[in-house]
Design a protein around this ligand. Structure first.
Ligand code: FES
Length: 110
């Protein structure tokens, strides 16, 4: 079963331009926008946690990461009104990433 969303999700103005896929590499790219949504481009499937398809309605979508959208999982621009703030890049490495990196590069080697 698939669901469709009738409300038009909001995309940042440069969402289609930044990281535009030129047909050479159509893998999904997920970009956390500064103070905004997760922009998903490329070849992706959107499913709910039960595995049901969610019709994205377009090839580039904005997924809410502020929690304020009225059309979750899509962004509706509510992050602007709520003053949501988050960097684009990670503010610090995930602890698991450090542990994995140290396991691959034991101290004293190199
Ligand atoms: S990130 Fe845009 S409404 Fe949540």
């Amino acid at each position: 079963m698939s669901r469709s969303v009738s409300v038009e999700p909001e995309l940042p103005e440069d969402a289609d331009a930044a990281g535009t896929h030129d047909g050479i590499d159509d893998r999904a790219t997920i970009t956390p926008y500064r103070d905004g949504p997760l922009i998903v481009r490329g070849n992706f499937r959107l499913v709910d946690q039960d595995g049901n398809e969610i019709d994205p309605g377009r090839q580039t979508i904005a997924l809410c990461r502020c929690g304020k959208s009225g059309i979750k999982p899509f962004c509706d621009g509510a992050h602007k009104r709520s003053g949501f703030s988050a960097p684009s890049a990670p503010s610090r490495p995930r602890p698991a990433a450090r542990i994995l990196r140290e396991a691959r590069e034991p101290a004293g080697e190199g």
